[in-house]
Design a protein around this ligand. Structure first.
Ligand code: ATP
Length: 621
């Protein structure tokens, strides 16, 4: 039996949740689904033809069996016997050959539709705003991209083909049966439910166990994912939870074994029921057929009874599958609904139709009465106003959670303002071409993200055509070249999963080198809150100072040395600019900055005391 779409439960049973959330099958939904089949109309027509021909051909040998019995065996005609046997063989061979072609074509269509849908979804998801990615569960996004869309493929190769081919088989079989002998055919039709109902029940039990074991396997995956990941393992080790985690794993593992054994035994019962009924069914026909032949209608031949038994055997599968198709159908519709739900989400942040791409760029930023919230209940930025001129550098400081990162995210339009305006070189960012805007802004974020690849790959991400000299030069400027050249494989050193093979400081300097290669007009540096030792800190400092000296920049600063490098300091508190000025102007004021200076910056103030404390943030980043 083919696995159900979406890889969830098997046929026969809908879960309570599925019953509750039955999708509304509207004409629009169906039309939309069929629109995906449209480009493959010709191939679909060919598949239909192949299904039709192979259904008829598959049934032919059953009809020929009757001839073999009546005209060959009973009539003792060797010539006809051989002829019909050879014909049977040929027809079966042909049906199978057509079947191969049909399944190739079917898979081809399904794969191409999946390909189209995945590409469209990828393009669509790339347009989604940061809000979408922070709000939605990452697993959910991946599931829709992968298994939901794979489910569509199963719908086409499974559900759709199954409906068509089974219906054709049934109709053709019924027509032949009634043409052979209507009375016997009637008996046959009455016997069909006997074949199907018991196996259906056996199937139900089996699938309910499958459901349980699938939940169990999800749980196992969850445990493995959490405890065997880099950060997870670290947490387990540092909290000495190895034994506890093992016990948890062992318990679920045991449950899995129990379920597997039950499932395999349920399979036994299922097969037993199947065997019994497939054997009893024909006997019933022989019995009733015999009675009719001997007592009621003498024109009925042994061959006709044989044909009937053979055709009934062929009907068993299609009837069973069609009975289960409703469940598959509902699931398929639910799957499409889930996929379309994502397609229909507005991109939120898009290029304006009349977006401007200026010829020159200065990198100036201005905030005019900017207000912003993620959730209307809680305003994060309240009436922010400032202007950052070309070549100048602002440091933004403030308590954790005061809205500093949020503020800078508005500049490259990771989010749009709720009220007010953000101007880049005097133009509202919403009126600028997005690609232009983002190309001219470079952000070194708090959580440095490196792709799993080499240092070179990560650098080339900013400038794919950078020469070797440019790469080395960027590394030198970012103060990472000594580290790179000390590695056996230099720039081709692999950085590991999310860059975890490197220290926090190294990662940050590589990301500075990456920004240098991008060479943006506006540089934003979101300093990591986690502590680095003073040597690493100094190296980063030495890397960014020349950078900010030559271009417009904003630093979200957590260290005194960074603050001191700026031309002006904006102190953010509760989403407002509480104070602004130079360090000397602010430090004696007795306000928020003074407080920050005395608490947050004091470590640095006490000067060059290496901070070697372990930082969780660093290992997680
Ligand atoms: P830190 O110095 O700790 O990095 P920050 O000043 O940069 O803090 P933000 O990251 O801007 O602070 O966050 C400001 C507030 O907005 C926080 O209270 C945070 O919980 C909330 N917040 C941040 N990102 C989101 C989001 N994607 N959805 C909802 N709320 C968010």
């Amino acid at each position: 039996m083919p696995p159900p779409p979406g890889g969830r439960l098997g046929p026969g049973v809908l879960t309570e949740e599925e019953k509750k959330n039955k999708p509304k099958v509207t004409k629009e939904l169906l039309l939309r689904i069929f629109s995906y089949l449209k480009p493959y109309k010709k191939q679909m027509a060919l598949v239909l033809l192949a299904i039709l021909v192979s259904a008829v051909l598959t049934l032919l040998p059953s009809v020929l069996t009757g001839r073999i019995v009546d005209e060959g065996l009973i009539a003792k005609n060797m010539q006809k016997l051989i002829l019909y046997i050879l014909l049977s063989f040929g027809v079966t061979l042909l049906a199978n050959l057509i079947g191969i072609g049909e399944s190739y074509l079917n898979t081809w269509i399904a794969q191409h539709i999946t390909y189209d849908m995945r590409n469209a979804m990828y393009i669509h998801l790339q347009k989604m705003s940061q809000r979408f990615f922070t709000t939605n569960n990452q697993g959910d996004i991946i599931t829709r991209m992968t298994s939901d869309i794979s489910g569509v493929q199963q719908i086409i190769t499974g559900t759709l083909t199954s409906i068509i081919s089974n219906s054709i088989t049934l109709i053709v079989a019924l027509v032949i049966m009634f043409r052979e002998n209507w009375l016997l055919a009637l008996v046959g039709v009455l016997v069909v439910p006997l074949f199907t109902i018991p196996t259906r029940n056996a199937g139900k039990t089996r699938w309910s166990i499958t459901q349980e074991s699938q939940a169990c396997s999800d749980e196992i995956n969850g445990i493995l994912n959490e405890t065997l990941s880099v950060s997870g393992q670290l947490l387990v080790k540092l909290f000495g939870m190895e034994q506890k985690e093992y016990e948890k794993y062992e318990k679920v593992n045991k449950n899995m074994i129990r379920l597997n054994i039950r499932e395999s035994m349920a399979g036994r019962w299922f097969r037993m029921a199947l065997n019994t009924f497939t054997n009893i069914g024909p006997m019933l026909i022989y019995l009733v057929g015999g009675v009719i032949m001997m007592e009621i209608d003498e024109t009925v031949t042994v061959g006709q009874i044989t044909v009937l038994v053979a055709l009934l055997g062929k009907m068993y599968g299609p009837v069973n599958q069609l009975l289960n198709i409703q469940v598959d159908w509902i699931r398929s519709m639910a799957l499409f609904t889930r996929i379309f739900e994502y397609y229909d989400m507005p991109a939120e942040i898009e290029n304006a139709p009349d977006a401007i791409t200026p010829d020159t760029v200065r990198g100036e930023v201005e905030f005019q009465h900017v207000r912003f919230h993620y959730d209307p209940e809680r305003e994060i930025l309240k009436d922010i106003n400032f202007k950052l001129e070309q070549g100048r550098c602002f440091a933004i400081v403030g308590p954790s959670g005061s809205g500093k990162s949020t503020l800078i995210n508005l500049i490259p339009r990771l989010y749009d303002v709720i009220d007010g305006r953000v101007l880049f070189d005097g133009t509202d960012v919403r009126k600028l071409d997005l690609a232009f805007l983002r190309k001219n802004i470079g952000i070194v974020s708090q959580e440095t993200y490196l792709f799993n690849g080499t240092i070179r790959d990560n650098l080339l991400y900013a400038k794919p055509d950078a020469t070797e000299e440019e790469l080395i030069d960027a590394c030198k400027q970012a103060n990472i070249y000594d580290f790179v050249s000390a590695q056996e494989t230099g720039l081709d050193t692999v950085v590991g999963n999310r860059g975890l093979k490197l220290s926090g400081g190294e990662k940050q300097r590589i990301s500075i080198a990456r920004i240098l290669l991008k060479d943006p007009a506006l540089m934003i540096f979101d300093e990591a809150t986690s502590a680095l030792d003073s040597i690493s800190e100094q190296k980063i400092q030495d890397a960014i100072e020349p950078l900010i000296a030559t271009r417009t920049s904003i630093l979200i600063a957590h260290r005194l040395s960074t603050v001191l490098a700026a031309d002006e300091i904006l102190v953010i508190q509760d989403g407002e600019i509480a104070e602004r000025g130079t360090h000397n102007e602010l430090v004696g004021k007795g306000g928020v900055y003074t407080q920050l200076y005395e608490t947050q910056f004091s470590r640095a103030k006490e000067s060059e005391i290496p901070d070697l404390s372990y930082s969780e943030g660093e290992s997680d980043a």
